[in-house]
Design a binder for this molecule. Structure first.
Ligand code: CTP
Length: 406
């Protein structure tokens, strides 16, 4: 349903370095050409062990440059650096990353990198321990400081057989990131969005709390998706082990429902869209002991009081041009309960997930949702990865925005 916006006429310098992920450069080149871009391939000598220049020159319809000086003369890196609308280094090895961070210039990729006036994107590819090594982390931060744009690595099985972070982003994701950056036609461009995500912890005493099993994943992938579409996102995140690595996402870490409430109230007036995906505690201990509670009695009563309802409070102050999206996790009377929340919290639509659906809900990589609108309008979706679910939710918000902007 959503057609890929085109990179028509954009000039891309695609630099390939020596990683097993170089095989993906073939499909990346094809996708770029298909979306209308002009592609100039650069490759290091090491990259040739993984993919042939012939494959790449055929796909890109241009000769491949792998030497600063070749038999045909001098490949003018200064000219290339001026020609390109964007430089993409994919895959970018730990070695190239280190050289870029330190200004080394011993091959054509580095010469073009140092000469490039256009934005530079790099898609690292390496084994998980190399990825986590402090020197890699330091080099990465240096590049970010220089203004280079990281194309986040994926998580999964690596060529070594180990499982973890370090996989090069998929070609589709790279093309999409470039498209959003170079062709700013998304309705989200320049829009500010608030996303709440994760659980909350309600202190009982200095060591104990009441929490829940939310991982924060659903809200985080929504924040990431919105950012990819060009929105500026403020993510208010409860205690979660996850994080977002997109430059358009600012994360505000909170712990309790009260902290999340205060942060949300402060940010809400400046945003156009609020997505409330957090699993906020409904109750908190009425009194928080300031010393660790000792085990003295056989039974122990804990008095709880209601927390502030963030979504309902934002619903009350919602302006006509704001869009609020809520979640409902239900175990019984799903539709009726969710419809009640739609009205009570003044949501534009509610994302309903039922715990009765296999694969839906907390601490799972997948989700199965229905979207509930006023007048009992309902859209049902199949079980899918949370990333794919985020795409569906963001598409829905996009349609709402587009219908308003008309
Ligand atoms: N929510 C919130 N603040 C709260 C409680 C909930 O912002 N204190 C938001 C959630 O982020 C979600 C929606 O409200 O988007 C629905 O949350 P849910 O816990 O299902 O609703 P409750 O109002 O707690 O209703 P109930 O306990 O009756 O299911």
């Amino acid at each position: 349903t959503h057609s890929m916006p085109s990179l028509n006429g954009k000039k891309i310098m695609l630099a390939i370095t020596g990683s097993i992920a170089a095989y993906k450069a073939a499909s990346l080149t094809r996708l770029l050409i298909k979306s209308g871009a002009e592609v100039q391939i650069l490759m290091t000598e090491a990259a040739k062990a993984f993919i042939t220049p012939l494959t790449l020159s055929t796909l890109s319809k241009k000769p491949v440059y792998s030497e600063v000086i070749s038999e045909d003369g001098w490949n003018n890196h200064v000219e290339l650096g001026l020609w390109a609308d964007a430089m993409v280094i994919a895959p970018c090895t730990a070695n190239t990353l280190a050289k870029m961070a330190n200004g080394l210039c011993d091959n054509i990729v580095l010469a073009c990198y140092l000469s490039a006036r256009c934005p530079v994107y790099f898609a690292p590819a390496m084994d998980l321990d190399m990825w986590k090594h402090p020197s890699t982390v330091q080099n990465l931060n240096k590049l970010k400081d220089f203004g280079c744009k990281l194309i986040p690595v994926g998580h999964g099985e690596l060529a070594s057989g180990l499982v973890g972070d370090g996989r090069m982003a998929e070609p589709e994701a790279i093309v999409e990131m470039l498209t959003t950056a170079l062709v700013p036609d998304s309705v989200f461009q320049g829009k500010k969005v608030l996303v709440t995500a994760g659980p909350t912890y309600e202190a009982i005493d200095p060591v104990r709390f009441i929490g829940n099993r939310s991982s924060g994943k659903m809200g985080i992938v929504i924040a990431d998706r919105l950012a990819a579409k060009g929105a500026t996102v403020k993510l208010i995140l409860g205690p979660s082990r996850l994080q977002v690595d997109h430059e358009n996402v600012e994360t505000i870490r909170v712990e309790s429902a009260q902290e999340m409430y205060e942060a949300a109230l402060k940010i809400y007036p400046e945003v156009e869209i609020a997505v409330m995906a957090a699993a906020v505690a409904d109750y908190r201990p009425k009194v928080v002991a300031d010393q660790k509670i000792k085990k003295k009695t056989n039974t122990f009563d804990l008095e709880l009081e209601k927390t502030a309802d963030i979504a309902a409070s934002l619903g009350k102050i919602k302006r006509k041009n704001q869009i609020n999206v809520g979640f409902a996790l239900e175990t019984a009377n799903e539709t009726a309960n969710a419809a009640g929340k739609l009205v009570r919290k003044n949501f534009d639509f509610v994302v309903l997930n039922s715990l009765n659906d296999k694969g839906a809900g907390f601490n799972k990589p997948t989700n199965k949702i229905s979207l509930l609108f006023s007048e009992d309008k309902i859209k049902k979706f199949e079980l899918n990865s949370k990333e794919a679910v985020a795409v569906d939710i963001v598409n829905e918000i996009e349609q709402l925005l587009a219908s308003r902007d008309e």
